[in-house]
Design a protein around this ligand. Structure first.
Ligand SMILES: O=c1ccn([C@@H]2O[C@H](COP(=O)(O)O)[C@@H](O)[C@H]2O)c(=O)[nH]1
Length: 249
């Protein structure tokens, strides 16, 4: 494995910093020093640390996925997308269940921010399909969506693509169906990744890091198998090594 290959692979690992405060998040960032992975800031950390911590990660040179999963009326999502784009994040998201008008509004908000500041890089705007913690049974019987999870996920992916988004959040189990429907350059960002033998927690639709990367996931999102490990740096390096062994493209 060459250094440049491992750098490119490491960037495709998104480490979820699911911590209650900035102090704990900084400890993990210290552990990861020198590993060029992407960092995900989700609701728990963002609602406590705010945009300054995102700026801190960007200043350290990280690619940042701001995972706030916006789902609101189009006008509100448009404003949210505008503010997030101005933060300079690399990836952000909305819920596909908000519909085409809402997703198009997110694109408009992003575009208007980009038009006012030429220094901003274009973020990858993606849509959450069905949460990876949702089982077939819960989707049908509790949420009330009929058909298979795969059908629902592909439907949401098509809506996201029609709305001008660049990809989706889905399980690695659904990547090949999405690629058939939307093409291989439509990004798939996949949580629901568990190294063999690790605790599933609340995740229902999972694959291992090797299976996910071999199946064509563009990005793998991993939280607790790293944040809960005795040695988070070693856990991260093992996942990148497994990805490197199994990657096809
Ligand atoms: O469908 C989804 C959408 C987002 N997530 C987020 O990914 C990470 C996964 O963390 P683990 O600890 O590896 O389970 C977490 O931040 C979720 O909010 C998801 O899991 N599924």
């Amino acid at each position: 494995m060459t250094h440049s290959i491992s750098q490119a692979i490491a960037k495709r690992l998104i480490v979820a910093l699911d911590y209650p405060n900035v102090e704990e998040a900084r400890v993990l960032i210290e552990h990861l020093q020198g590993i060029p992975c992407t960092i995900k800031v989700g609701m728990q950390l963002f609602y406590s640390a705010g945009p300054d911590f995102v700026r801190e990660l960007k200043a350290k040179g990280y690619s940042v996925f701001l995972d706030l999963k916006m789902h609101d009326i189009p006008n509100t999502v448009k404003g949210g997308a505008n503010s997030i784009t101005r933060l300079g994040v690399d990836i952000f998201n909305v819920h596909a269940a908000g519909g085409v008008q809402m997703m198009k509004a997110a694109v408009e908000g992003m575009e208007s921010a980009l038009a006012t500041d030429s220094n901003l890089a274009r973020p990858l705007l993606i849509a959450v399909t069905q949460l990876t913690s949702t089982s077939q049974q819960v989707m049908n019987q509790e949420i009330g969506i009929q058909g298979t999870v795969e059908e629902a996920v592909v439907h949401y992916a098509r809506l996201a693509q029609q709305s001008g988004l660049g990809g989706v959040v889905c399980s690695p189990l659904e990547v090949s169906m999405i690629q058939q429907a939307c093409g291989t350059s439509f990004a798939t960002v996949t949580p629901g990744v568990r190294p063999a033998g690790s605790d599933l927690g609340d995740q229902k639709r999972i694959l291992t890091p090797g299976e996910a990367i071999a199946g064509g996931s563009h990005y793998l999102v991993v939280g607790r198998p790293i944040t809960g490990a005795n040695d988070p740096r070693e856990a991260t390096q093992q996942i990148i090594e497994e990805m490197s062994v199994h990657v096809n493209n």
